[in-house]
Design a protein around this ligand. Sequence first.
Ligand code: MG
Length: 169
Amino acid sequence: MNATVHALLNQQINKEFYSAYLYLDFSNYFEDVGLDGFANWYKIQAQEERDHAMLFYQYLQNENQKVTLEAIEKPDKKAECHMDILKAGLAHEEYVTSLINEIYDAAYKAKDFRTMQFLDWFVKEQGEEETNAHDMITKMELFGSDPKSLYMLNQELAARVYTAPSLVL
Ligand code: MG
């Protein structure tokens, strides 16, 4: 495997675990303010990010490439209100999209077609993640200022259940 592609794939394991950590911190925030549905939604989001990390890990192992695990950063959430969390979520997903694109670009330049195919799932996934983050902001803008509506939104988010990723390696 090309050294740059290898380094970026290895780095992405850490980035995805960091994402899990960040969303777990978001879940903590909502747990503390009593919005258990939001807390549930972000806890499941954290599980999905852990799955992403494991997919990068497994892919490198399947390709007989060395995996090096690095320290996971402390979550850097600074939130004054619920909306700050949701906006931080969108900004984070846009950042992750840029990381996936960077790996894809390196794989493309190295003519690493297998890695490009592996990454295709993540390219699509990032589109869905950004849409979800946008939807959360829109719903909070519409309903967040009314306690009854916020209660209903919290109930809706409480219904989210974990599903394993559709990509199996
Ligand atoms: Mg992810």
